[in-house]
Design a protein around this ligand. Structure first.
Ligand SMILES: *Cc1c(COP(=O)(O)O)cnc(C)c1O
Length: 390
């Protein structure tokens, strides 16, 4: 008799699901505080807005609490109309999601199936691989530019991505700026990619951090929609709008694509508080401008600190910075935890791509950045002295 268990408590899962490596979420800040006996833990791990939520959104949430017994507006009528007016598109072009993560999955469920493939870059946002694998499709991961690339180390190689497309490719994912690297692509190279992609391939341009860039020359996926009917531009309320907990994001696309995405979503995929908060946040110009200014100053603060200390960084235009260290990222991460600073070590898939010693650190306020910089400096000195214990 074999020693194999005869029961199957997990059931008979699809092979493509069994093959997925689980996403490992970070420890909550309160747990870190308890474990290391630290009063105030600083979490710079998830690219959240250090200024908190948009005050206008917060008020909308308070006002919405009395309606918790009523189902959300499943059509997202008001938010779609507000997005349409704000970005100069029609409401029929807008698809709302429970975070942009949901929208990414809607794209995968709509376009991907076994036998098909999705193309994306090495070091791309982790959700692209998860959504592709969950749909049973092949993930075509295209090597990124090398670490010593003079223009954009670790950046997406758009020519190689275009070349990786074949008859079975249904989707190409690209984040601009990208997470976790912070790297970006300019308008000319993006347009060259869009020109090269055949019409049967949906291009998902994930612009989660675009509001942080603040440069009129930076490519705008919503403007590009007029030229490329196979383009799906994705935005989120989780980053500059400060609403990560509410889970709301959206896609703007050709109405024909929006109509398909609409067929696979849950009827009430965005909750009432999220719908109302997002609508309010969209018009909170003051908060957005301040968030952008704080981020620009913080990014400059980090770059200066890195230059002064000889830390190598990856170029970034987002609300985080990737810092290369001389030690395995997990080891520096653990040491920073003891200092009460939580960052994101780039491990996993990144480990084989030259980022195994990299930390992704969210840009905080001036004070938060100063604390994190000092902590990192102390930790690196200690590790240089004592080495890595983990
Ligand atoms: C943070 C992030 C998102 C946003 O995810 P939500 O589900 O909207 O919170 C999307 N794409 C990228 C590349 C991100 O980094």
């Amino acid at each position: 008799m074999s020693q194999e268990p005869t029961h199957m408590p997990a059931g008979r899962a699809r092979d493509c699901v069994q093959a997925i490596r689980p996403y490992v979420p970070g420890k909550p800040a309160e747990e870190v505080a308890r474990e290391y006996g630290i009063k105030e833990v600083l979490k710079l791990a998830s690219n959240e807005n250090p200024l908190g939520p948009s005050p206008r959104a917060l008020q909308a949430v308070r006002d919405g609490l009395t309606d918790l017994h009523v189902y959300p507006d499943g059509s997202g009528f008001h938010l779609k109309r507000a997005i349409g007016e704000h970005y100069g598109v029609r409401p029929e072009q807008v698809t709302l999601g429970n975070g942009s993560n949901d929208v990414l999955e809607l794209v995968a469920r709509t376009y991907l199936e076994p036998g098909s493939n999705a193309v994306f870059s090495q070091h791309a946002f982790a959700v692209y691989a998860l959504a592709t694998q969950a749909a049973g499709a092949e993930a075509r991961v295209v090597p990124a530019r090398p670490a010593d690339d003079p223009e954009m180390p670790f950046g997406a190689d758009l020519a190689a991505m275009a070349a990786a497309i074949d008859a079975n490719t249904r989707v190409l994912f690209l984040a601009n700026p990208n997470n976790p690297t912070g790297t970006w692509v300019e308008t000319a190279e993006l347009r060259a990619l869009l020109d090269a992609v055949p019409a049967h391939v949906i291009v998902v341009l994930d612009e989660a951090y675009t509001e942080y860039v603040g440069d009129p020359a930076f490519p705008d996926g919503i403007e590009l929609l007029a030229h490329y009917p196979n383009l799906v531009t994705i935005r989120t309320f989780s980053k500059i709008f400060g609403l990560a907990a509410l889970r709301v994001g959206f896609a703007v696309s050709d109405p024909a694509i929006a109509s398909l995405l609409d067929r696979v979503r849950q009827p009430f995929n965005v909750n009432t508080l999220a719908l109302r908060a997002a609508e309010a946040a969209l018009e909170d110009d003051e908060f957005i401008a301040e968030s952008r200014a704080v981020n620009h100053a913080g990014l400059a603060q980090w770059m200066r600190a890195a230059d002064e200390r000889g830390w190598q960084t990856v170029p970034s235009r987002a609300n985080f910075i990737t810092v290369m260290t001389p030690f395995p990222a997990g080891c520096v991460f653990e040491a920073l935890l003891q200092e009460g600073v939580i960052v994101r070590p780039l491990g996993g898939m990144e480990a084989c791509g030259g980022l195994s010693q990299a930390l992704r650190i969210t840009i905080g306020t001036t004070e938060q950045n100063a604390r994190a910089i000092e902590a990192l400096e102390r930790v690196l000195a200690r590790l240089a002295d004592k080495g890595c214990s983990s």
